[in-house]
Design a protein. Structure first.
Length: 415
């Protein structure tokens, strides 16, 4: 794209908070700005106090939080006025890019419709899996999400079911509606693109990986040692939000079963207290260390001094932590077959199933034979630069260009 554009990015996760979506968003925004494009972010408030940012518009939130502790935003009239005012005062806006499918993502779709601006929608949430496995009331949660989303973003007709059960059908409907309200759809993996297409998403779907900021990656590679540990114990790292779908408690249980192993846990979230209790209750304080919330730079640096990444999540679409491990040459032990697309061949080991026992068996095997870790590091070496954000921004810009040049303008489903 030769000319600079002004992109309005809508996200339900404030850029100042930690998480995979936020990390990917910050990398994308930084690279777009580096190339001379203008970015304005429309987002939910951050929990706690953060410094105001001139390029960030904070929308009003409800006095409740999502399961991950982040605020809930709805496309209210007050938020609509805030968005329209910002579009007028900061405009012209050339394109809307929604990164989420919740309140802020809905607001982005509706704003694009009101202003006649092309919209690109990034889809990277496996809501149907998260709700079915980890919601305390799966049917009620899926029904509520479907009704609320459908009120603001109607879907014409019935989406294809592709063998889904009742809860999955409800959970997929908002995702399909959000995708069909866009001009172009971006997903991080081919398997997720196939899932969307199988359920009736008829918009052009572009597979573009998330990325890691190039400068941050270079700085991280200058710290620590990437050598595999040849002494005992095996050094495992777990990084993510301490919430049910990420399965941090299961990671601690894996470490309990593998005596020849230490585990460093990086992250915070609603299960932080239960994680501390699990470590204390099993008397694992000498082997399992909870480091709390850390920035991406600290996580990347820690990857230089560990033997493997233990990924217990079974509902990620791609997983930023997988890209970070790939970039830092850190072997991966995981359990979700969907993530095999992201983990390079021979760069990790997938457990036969998601059980704690299966993951522990893999770690015990690696603790006995460290030469397998050396082989994994060699396999990862040729993929180390694939997660660089600069390798993916050009493809994002090409999606923007296609949306801007479409002869019929906005083509998404309308209310």
């Amino acid at each position: 794209m030769a000319e600079s554009v002004h992109v309005a990015i809508f996200t339900d996760f404030h850029p100042a908070t930690l998480g995979g979506v936020q990390t990917a968003m910050r990398s994308l925004c930084a690279d777009l700005r580096r190339l001379g494009h203008r970015i304005t972010v429309f987002t939910a408030p951050a929990p706690g106090s953060v410094a105001p940012d001139a390029d960030t518009v904070v929308l009003g939130a409800l006095p409740i939080s999502m399961s991950n502790g982040l605020p809930v935003v709805l496309p209210t009239r007050a938020n609509q006025r805030s968005i329209d005012t910002a579009f007028t005062e900061r405009g012209p806006i050339d394109i809307v890019h929604a990164l989420t499918t919740y309140g802020c993502g809905i607001s982005g779709a509706r704003a694009a419709r009101r202003h006649g601006i092309p919209i690109v929608q990034t889809m990277q949430s496996r809501d149907e899996t998260v709700i079915e496995k980890y919601s305390p009331a799966p049917y009620l949660s899926a029904l509520t999400m479907r009704l609320v989303h459908g009120w603001f973003v109607p879907l014409r007709g019935q989406p294809a079911h592709d063998g889904d059960g009742r809860i999955a059908q409800l959970a997929w409907r908002p995702l399909v509606a959000q995708a069909r309200a866009a001009d172009r759809v971006i997903v991080p993996t081919h398997y997720f693109a196939r899932r969307l297409a199988a359920r009736g998403v008829d918009r052009p779907i572009h597979v573009v990986s998330n990325g890691i900021d190039d400068e941050l990656l270079e700085r991280a590679r200058g710290t620590g040692s990437a050598a595999t540990n040849t002494a005992t114990p095996l050094r495992a790292l777990w990084c993510g939000r301490l919430s049910a779908e990420k399965r941090p408690l299961e990671a601690i249980e894996v470490a309990r079963l593998v005596e020849d192993c230490t585990l460093d846990v990086y992250g915070s979230g609603p299960l932080a207290d239960r994680a501390r209790s699990a470590v204390a209750g099993a008397d694992l304080g000498h082997r399992v260390h909870l480091h709390g919330e850390v920035g991406q730079a600290d996580c990347l640096s820690a990857m230089r001094t560990h033997d493997l990444l233990l990924l217990t999540s079974d509902c990620d679409t791609q997983g930023m932590v997988l890209l970070e491990a790939m970039a830092m040459g850190l072997p991966v032990v995981y359990c979700d077959p969907e993530l095999s697309e992201t983990v390079p061949d021979d760069g990790g080991v997938r457990a036969p199933d998601r059980s704690v026992e299966s993951l522990a068996t893999v770690l015990k095997s690696l603790a006995r034979d460290r030469t397998r870790l050396h082989a994994m590091r060699r396999a990862l070496a040729s993929h180390a630069d694939e997660p660089r954000q600069s390798r993916h921004t050009t493809r994002i810009l090409s999606v923007y260009a296609e949306s801007l040049s479409a002869p019929d303008g906005f083509s998404g489903d309308r209310a």
